[in-house]
Write a protein that binds this ligand. Structure first.
Ligand code: AMP
Ligand code: MG
Length: 413
């Protein structure tokens, strides 16, 4: 995390602002609402004109005109006068309260009412936003309502952090691109596509560099091209095999390698380096290790570059629903399915076979179970820590509908 730096900033239109990170605080330029206005369709009056009135001897106020939304407030209210007023219309001087039309009694052009309390159904100038106030802080990940706030200020662009440009390179003589015909023993390269999606989900802009052959020259050429992006991610070729050329190529091309192994399972072989301030991630080739490596290392780094304040997935404690054995030594990251029981407690079970080539274990998972280095596993009923990689799914609960009583009809075919 110390080795990644903030990207530059750019201005974007509001149509592109959702999910982007503000790089400067946003200050209000004008009061919202700009004037005192009616919160209801009804009648504006001076509550003083009704004091002492009752159901038996009501006040009668002459209705002098109608003010629609967008009209000017016009003349101040005279003595014992009322106006018809629409929602959003300015309240004239002298009026201090509004009676909703559904509560009003009108006879012969007069509003007939008992004693009315002051201040009802009037929205005061600046009650939502005051000019000069900071309404969105630096680091805010913009959501729909935030975009609405900015628009309420008449502003059509905001300054945000740039998206990280991320080049993605696959490696391996056995790996072919989609659309090619795999020869005997060859496999389709899935990593680049999974990583592409992950980059996108983080708000980055991914770029495919294709698949480098297990040949140092081809690897070097593609790595060099990848280093034109803000970030380079590779998969495979970082292990102990005879044809794992990436580490050598990185060094040759001036990438300062900061680590090349992590005491974890899966994903032990993993290279991280920097060249000219640009992070380079040499993720393992096994599909689970590659996506997990992205989750654990690349995602927080991209988030930091793009100005996020929350870098990590939510970490929860869950009750383990099965026994797990583990050798002490490396930290284990198991793919799990988390659900929330009715009593509010989180429970977690593994997604089955945890081999690092079993990508379905990741596809099924909504959480990553963390077993610390020295742990020897856990028993059913033990508490474990879990990163939620799909918190919405985890919060739904097992077989549970968020509104259990609502029987929504099936959509028509
Ligand atoms: P390596 O570290 O290059 O030896 O790769 C480890 C394992 O991951 C091997 O079984 C590779 O075939 C596999 N692998 C490497 N790249 C990919 C990829 N892009 N998609 C799927 N599997 C891959
Ligand atoms: Mg390989």
């Amino acid at each position: 995390m110390e080795n990644v730096r903030l990207l530059g900033t750019e201005k974007v239109f509001l149509s592109e602002a959702s999910g982007r990170v503000l790089s400067e605080p946003f200050f209000a330029r004008r009061d919202v609402p700009p004037l005192d206005n009616s919160a209801m369709d009804g009648f504006a009056l001076n509550s003083g004109d009704t004091s002492g009135a009752s159901e038996k001897s009501p006040a009668a106020l002459r209705i002098v005109r109608t003010i629609g939304a967008g009209d000017r407030a016009g003349q101040p209210l005279g003595n014992r006068e009322a106006v018809r007023i629409m929602t959003g219309a300015p309240v004239p001087d002298g009026a201090d309260t509004v009676i909703p039309v559904e509560d009003a009694v009108v006879e012969d052009g007069f509003l007939i009412c008992g004693s009315i309390r002051k201040g009802n159904h009037i929205r005061l100038a600046g009650e939502d936003i005051r000019s000069g106030e900071e309404i969105l802080p630096t680091g805010r990940v913009l959501r729909a309502a935030d975009v609405g706030l900015v628009a309420s200020q008449g502003i059509s662009q905001v300054r945000v952090r740039m998206r990280a440009g991320v080049a993605i390179l696959g490696t391996g003589d056995e790996v072919v691109s989609l659309g090619e015909n795999p020869g005997e023993g060859q496999i389709y390269g899935s990593n680049s596509h999974a990583l592409f999606c992950l980059v996108r989900e983080c708000g980055g802009v991914a770029r495919h560099l294709g698949i480098a052959r297990d040949d140092p020259r081809d690897v070097a050429e593609k790595v060099e091209e990848g280093l034109l992006s803000d970030v380079l991610i590779t998969s495979g070729g970082v292990s102990m095999g005879d044809f794992d050329y990436l580490k050598g190529v990185f060094s040759e091309l001036g990438v300062n390698i900061l680590f090349q192994e992590v005491a974890q399972k899966p994903g032990k072989p993993m290279v991280f380096g920097v060249r000219d301030g640009k992070p380079v991630f040499g993720l393992p080739g096994n599909p689970v290790s590659a996506t997990l490596g992205f989750e654990l290392y690349v995602r927080p780094a991209l988030f930091r570059m793009m100005g996020h304040e929350r870098l990590f997935r939510p970490l929860i404690t869950a009750v383990l629903d099965e026994d797990i054995r583990k050798k002490p030594g490396r930290r284990n990251f198991l793919r799990g399915v988390v659900h929330r029981r009715e009593d509010g407690e989180f429970h977690v079970a593994t997604t089955g076979d945890q081999g690092s080539g079993i990508l379905r274990s990741m596809s099924r998972a909504n959480g990553i179970i963390i077993l610390p280095e020295q742990s020897e596993g856990g028993k059913a009923g033990d508490e474990v820590e879990v990163y939620l990689i799909d918190s919405e799914d985890a919060l739904y609960g097992e077989g549970e509908h968020p509104e259990p009583k609502a029987q929504s009809p099936k959509p028509k075919e």
